[in-house]
Design a protein. Sequence first.
Length: 406
Amino acid sequence: MRDDVPMQLAFDDAQAIVDRVAAQHRMPVERLALARTHGRILAEDVIAAIPSPPFDNSAMDGFAVRHADLAGQGDTTLPLAGEQFAGLARDLVLAQGTCIRITTGAPMPTGADTVVIREVVRDEGDRIVVPAGIVAGANVRHAGEDVRIGDTVLDAGCVLTPARVATAASLGVDQLSVFARPTVAVFTTGDELVPPGMPLAPGQIHDSNRELLMGLLRADGLEPTAWPALPDNPERVESVLRDAASSFDLVITCGGVSVGEKDHVPAMLVAHGEIHFWKVRMKPGMPLLFGTLDRARFLGLPGNPVSVFATYATLGRRLLDGLQGRTQPRRAFRAQLAAPIDKPHARREFLRGRLDAGADGVLRAWPDAATGSHRLHAAARADALIVVPEGPQQLPAGTVVDVLPY
Ligand SMILES: Nc1nc2c(c(=O)[nH]1)N[C@H]1C(S)=C(S)[C@@H](COP(=O)(O)OP(=O)(O)OC[C@H]3O[C@@H](n4cnc5c(N)ncnc54)[C@H](O)[C@@H]3O)O[C@H]1N2
Ligand code: MOO
C-alpha cells in the first residue's frame, strides 16, 4: 500500500475526512413540487412572504363581541347583527352593543375583540345572553402570531419533516429547493455467498449484507440499486466496480477490504481511484475503506454483517448526510448503563444493546453479551449501538454513555 494513504485513523479523524470529502462533493440542488420534498434536505432558507395566521380570526365557534359592551357583573343581552363563517371575509363592522355569529377560523369583524363560545351563551334566536366573567380578547388568534412577514421559517440544511413541508404550504409556498438524492450502487462480494432461497454447499453462507444495506439505505430515503454478489476475482471486481463508479454518486461494497489473499478492493482503488482513508480505530468495522473512484465516492465496508451495520450507521450515514447538505445534527441520546462494560482494547467500540426508558424517566442501555461482528441475530434483537470511548474502559453500571438508537 502507498505510504501516503491515511491508515488506522482515530474515529474522529475519519469522521472529519468524511465531512470534508462530502462538502467537496455536495449534490446539486433541484427545485421540486412540495409533495416530492418530504424527507429531503432543504437547500435554501424559506422566508415568509405572508403572515400566519394571515388575518385576525376566531379560535372557536361562538359570537364575536366588543368586550367593553359586557357588564362587569351579571348577564349582558346582545342583539345578533350578522354572521361571519370561515371563508370569504364579509367586511362586517360590529356595531356597539351587538354581536356577530362566528365560526372557527372566520375573520374577526372590525370592532370585535373577543369571541364568546356558543356553549356558554343562551341563544334566543335574534339575540344572545352572555354570562359574566368573559376574559377580554378570549378566543381570538392574531395575524402573524405564529409567523411574521420576513421570518426565516425553515433553515437550509434541515430535514423536511411533514410539519416543515406543511409550514411551507401554510405560507403559500408550492416548490422548494432541495439537494438531490445521491444514486447508490450496492455490492456484496465473496465466493462463499449464496442468495437466500438457494441451497448451501459446504463452505457457503447466505448473503445477508445485501438486505441489510438495501434496508438501511431505503430507510434513509435513498433508492439504492443492488448487483448480484461479486466473485473474489480481481478482474471482475475491477470492471464491475469501475463501471458502477462511472454512473453512480456512491458505490458501496461489503467484504474484501481486509488483508486476506482475496481482499482485492483496496488495491483496485489504489490503482484506479484514490483512498481517503483505510482502517479506522473502531470496533466493529476496523477495515473500513473510504475513497473516490471515477465520479463516485466509494465506501468499502467490512464483510462481517455487524461491521456493515456499525460502519453504515456511523460514517456511512454521515457521508450521505454530508453529500445531501444536511446541517441539522442527528439527534444525540445519552443513557445510563444498566450493566458494566469491560473493554480491554483501545478502539472506539459500538456495542449492541437494548434501550429501556424506566418509570423513573431514565433511559437505560443494556449491553448485549454477544459482541462478535458475525452475530447478526444479536444485533437484530438489540435496538441501539452503545458508544464506548477510546482506550481501555471499565465502565460500572450507571455510567452515562452515548447511544445511537436504531
Ligand atoms: N489477518 C487479519 N484478518 C482479519 C482482519 C485483520 O485485521 N487481519 N480484520 C478482521 C475484521 S475486524 C473484519 S471486520 C473482517 C473484514 O474482512 P473483509 O471486509 O475483507 O470481509 P470478508 O473477509 O470478505 O468477510 C468477512 C466475514 O463476513 C462474511 N460476509 C462477507 N460478505 C457477506 C455477506 N454479503 N453476507 C453475509 N456475510 C458476509 C464473510 O463470510 C466473512 O465471514 O476481516 C477480519 N480478518
Ligand atoms: O472490525 Mo471487524 O468489524 O471487528 O469484525
